[in-house]
Design a protein around this ligand. Structure first.
Ligand code: DX5
Ligand code: ZN
Length: 232
């Protein structure tokens, strides 16, 4: 079990996605990224309905928490997410993000996540307009997740319009004096990480860009790009 260092508010977090690992060696692969300096892990939960693939649920996330002690962020790409919140909280997920498109009752759902003791996040698909989706729920939001691919699969190409969306959300959060984190997920690489940070992202989820090849080298390249963007 790895003792996670506490987060400082201004740091840029890099969160490898467990979707990209060899599931037969899940614990080992999770640990490899943490040992290489990942700030936490991102768990992509898919139910075969909100998106076609089925990945894993709360029991598997709980196993990774027990094995690694990692800060884990559960990204629920599921229908009826309200049925899953208690299970993920009990499994030890520290943050739970639900899709605005998956519920008619986003306000209630975000409150449910916080009541369960987790950070509450709202995810927006590439085509979902940003302002209306977040404006009225902002006081309940600890994290906004901008999808920069269509959810369902790793290894897709970054949708460039996402940059503008990140910038827009960053402005909305700043204007509202919100302390919510701004997470970007999908097609994140060492090549676009700097741009994303410059546009206001402070959490980068990366699956294939971390796990394809040398995990430590890949993470270092993303971290370098982030640091370069912050030093200008
Ligand atoms: C897509 C998932 C992403 C995905 C990222 O539905 O939410 O987290 O795994 O994978 P890459 O970084 O390969 O695009
Ligand atoms: Zn995700």
């Amino acid at each position: 079990m790895i003792a996670m260092k506490p987060f400082s508010p201004n740091e840029i977090r890099i969160l490898p996605s467990l979707l990209a690992v060899d599931f037969a060696r899940l614990g080992e692969e999770a640990r490899r990224a943490l040992d290489a300096g990942a700030d936490g892990l991102h768990a992509d939960v898919m139910d075969g309905r909100f998106v076609p693939p089925i990945t894993f649920g709360a029991d598997v996330v709980g196993a990774v928490v027990r094995e690694t002690g990692a800060w884990i962020d559960a990204h629920l790409m599921v229908e009826q997410p309200e049925r899953q919140i208690d299970a993920f909280a009990a499994a030890g997920a520290k943050a739970i993000t639900v899709h605005a498109e998956a519920t008619a009752h986003l306000h209630r759902l975000l409150a449910q996540i916080r009541d369960a003791g987790c950070e509450a996040g709202v995810a927006l698909n590439p085509a979902t307009p940003v302002t209306e989706a977040v404006r009225y729920v902002l006081p309940l939001v600890d994290r906004v997740l901008i999808m920069t691919v269509n959810p369902g699969w790793g290894g897709q190409t970054f949708i460039p319009e996402g940059l503008d969306k990140v910038h827009k959300v960053a402005r909305i959060l700043r204007a509202a004096d919100s302390r919510a984190r701004l997470q970007v997920d999908g097609g994140v690489t060492a090549e676009n990480a700097g741009d994303l940070v410059r546009h206001g992202a402070d959490e980068l989820v990366a699956g294939s860009a971390v796990y394809r090849g040398d995990v430590a080298g890949n993470l270092a390249a993303i971290r370098d790009a982030v640091n370069r963007a912050r030093s200008v």
